[in-house]
Design a protein around this ligand. Structure first.
Ligand code: OSB
Ligand code: MG
Length: 370
C-alpha cells in the first residue's frame, strides 16, 4: 500500500467536565488527528499527547513537529505491505511514542478497511463486548466526588477509579467505602508520591482496593518494586512502562502486579500487543488505559481491550461521559451491564462525521505525493 496523502489536524472539543489530576487540569480535549488517504478510503488515527508535558514529555505540538518534520518524509510515497513495515520505517526516531502510534493507527485502520476486516478480528480479539470503568478526576470537595460516583454507578460502570494526590487520598477512600461499601474501587496517583509517603500506602492498603496505579515517580521501577514488597494491594503501572524493555525490567524487579496498557504511551498497537503477550506469559493481567480520547482513539482502545489478557474493567467509558457530541457515529454507548460493544465493521468500525471534525479543527496540514 503506497501512502500518497497524509493529513494532520489539531482539533479541540469541549469536555463535559474539567478533568483534574495530580499533574494538572483539562477543560477541553485537544487532539492531533491523522488521516491517511488512498483513493476513496481513509484511515484515521488519534495522537493522545496532551497540550502540556505533565503526563509525559510529548505534547500536541511536539507531535505535530516530529510527525511533519521527521515521520511524514519517512513514509510518504513508500510502499508498506503491513503495519510492521511502517513502524520499522520510524525506528530511527527515538521516543515520541504517541506520535508514532497515531500514524500506525491511521495506517492500520486503512489497512483493515482495504482488507474488509474489523480491527478486532485483525488483532484476534476474543470478546464482542469490553468491560467499562470510569476514571474520576479530583473534585472540589468530597460531596461532589460522592455524587459523581453515585451517578456513574447508577449508569452501570463496572469499576470506579479515583484520582488521588497528597491530602486527597486516604480521606476520600474512607468516605467512598463508607458510602458505597465494597464496590470495585481503585486509585491513580499519577506519580504524586515517593517512598517517604509509605504511611499513606499502608493506610490505603486497608481498604481492599483493586489496585493502586502509578503511585511513585513517572520513570521509576525500583521504588515501585520496594513498595510492592511492603503492601498487599497490587500496584498497577502506567507512566513508568513505555516499552517492552521497561516491562521486562518491571517483571524482573516485580515492580507491579497489573499493567495499564495505553496504545499511545507504548508506541502503537503492535507494541501494545507484544506487551499484552509478555504479561500473559508472566501472569500479569492488564487493562486498557485512556487519555480522554475522541471516538477515534476510543475505537482503537475498544478493539485492543477485546484481547484475552485484558482482565479488568478498562478506562474506556461511553462517549457521553466525555463529550456532548463526539466526532464519530454511532457514539460508544454503555450497555446496562456496564459493557461497550466492540464494532464489527471494517477498520475502527465507526464513521467520522466530517462536518463535526471540520468545526473542531484549529489547524490543518496536508502532505501529498504529486
Ligand atoms: O493516568 O490514566 C491516566 C487521562 C489523561 C491522562 C492520564 C490518565 C487519564 C485518565 C483518564 O485516567 C481515563 C479516561 O480516558 O477515561
Ligand atoms: Mg494512569
Amino acid at each position: 500500500m503506497i501512502i500518497r496523502e497524509i493529513e494532520l489536524r489539531i482539533i479541540s472539543l469541549p469536555l463535559k467536565r474539567t478533568f483534574e489530576t495530580s499533574f494538572g487540569r483539562e477543560s477541553v480535549k485537544r487532539a492531533l488527528i491523522i488521516t491517511i488517504r488512498e483513493n476513496d478510503l481513509e484511515g484515521f488515527g488519534e495522537c493522545v499527547a496532551m497540550p502540556t508535558p505533565y503526563y509525559s514529555y510529548e505534547t500536541v505540538n511536539t507531535a505535530w513537529y516530529v510527525i511533519s518534520e521527521f515521520m511524514v518524509p519517512r513514509i510518504l510515497g513508500k510502499d508498506f505491505k503491513k503495519p510492521e513495515d511502517l513502524i520499522k520505517a520510524l525506528e530511527r526516531i527515538r521516543g515520541h511514542n504517541m506520535a508514532k502510534s497515531a500514524l500506525e493507527c491511521a495506517f492500520l485502520d486503512l489497512f483493515c478497511k482495504k482488507a474488509g476486516i474489523s480491527l478486532k478480528d485483525y488483532l484476534r480479539g476474543v470478546r464482542n463486548k469490553i468491560e467499562s470503568g470510569v476514571s474520576i478526576g479530583i473534585q472540589p470537595n468530597i460531596k461532589s466526588l460522592l455524587d459523581l460516583i453515585d451517578h456513574y454507578l447508577d449508569k452501570g460502570y463496572r469499576r470506579i477509579k479515583v484520582k488521588i494526590k497528597p491530602n486527597w487520598d486516604v480521606n476520600i477512600v474512607r468516605e467512598i467505602r463508607k458510602e458505597f461499601g465494597e464496590i470495585p474501587l481503585m486509585v491513580d496517583a499519577n506519580a504524586a508520591y515517593s517512598l517517604a509517603d509509605l504511611e499513606v500506602f499502608r493506610l490505603l492498603d486497608r481498604y481492599n482496593l483493586m489496585m493502586i496505579e502509578q503511585p511513585l515517580g513517572y520513570d521509576d521501577l525500583i521504588d515501585h518494586s520496594e513498595l510492592q514488597r511492603l503492601i498487599k494491594t497490587p500496584i498497577c503501572l502506567d507512566e513508568s512502562v513505555k516499552s517492552v524493555n521497561d516491562l521486562k525490567v518491571a517483571i524482573k524487579l516485580r515492580s507491579c502486579k497489573v499493567l495499564n496498557i495505553k496504545i499511545g504511551r507504548v508506541g502503537g498497537i503492535l507494541n501494545a500487543i507484544k506487551m499484552h503477550d509478555l504479561c500473559l506469559k508472566n501472569r500479569i493481567p492488564v487493562w486498557c488505559g485512556g487519555m480522554l480520547e475522541t471516538g477515534i482513539g476510543r475505537a482503537f482502545n475498544v478493539a485492543i481491550a477485546s484481547l484475552p489478557n485484558f482482565k479488568f474493567p478498562n478506562d474506556i467509558s461511553a462517549s457521553d461521559r466525555y463529550f456532548d457530541e463526539d466526532i464519530i457515529e454511532p457514539p460508544f454507548m454503555l450497555n446496562r451491564d456496564g459493557t461497550i460493544n466492540v464494532p464489527t465493521k471494517p477498520g475502527i468500525g465507526v464513521d467520522i462525521v466530517k462536518e463535526r471534525l471540520e468545526r473542531a479543527t484549529l489547524k490543518k496540514a496536508v502532505f501529498k505525493l504529486d
